[in-house]
Design a protein around this ligand. Structure first.
Ligand code: SF4
Length: 66
């Protein structure tokens, strides 16, 4: 599974890292540090990745299988 966070859509609501604290981190302004990145989700964290995508009110986070 891969996760992408579109930097331009991220408004810093903070809901994503609240539900995926082992996968995502927050910066000093409340934005997710990993915005603008795409990376492969470690095997044990796929549920957290899906939860982060569902939690984001800006639909900034997309998960896909390949
Ligand atoms: S929930 Fe969405 S808008 Fe909020 S910090 Fe995470 S990616 Fe950005």
């Amino acid at each position: 599974m891969f996760i992408s966070i579109e930097a331009g859509r991220c408004m810093g609501h903070g809901r994503c890292y609240a539900v995926a604290e082992r996968l995502l981190t927050d910066d000093d302004e409340g934005f997710v540090v990993e915005r603008g990145q795409t990376w492969e989700v470690p095997g044990g964290l796929t549920t957290e990745a899906e939860a982060a995508a569902q939690a984001c009110p800006e639909t900034a986070i997309v998960v896909r299988e390949s």
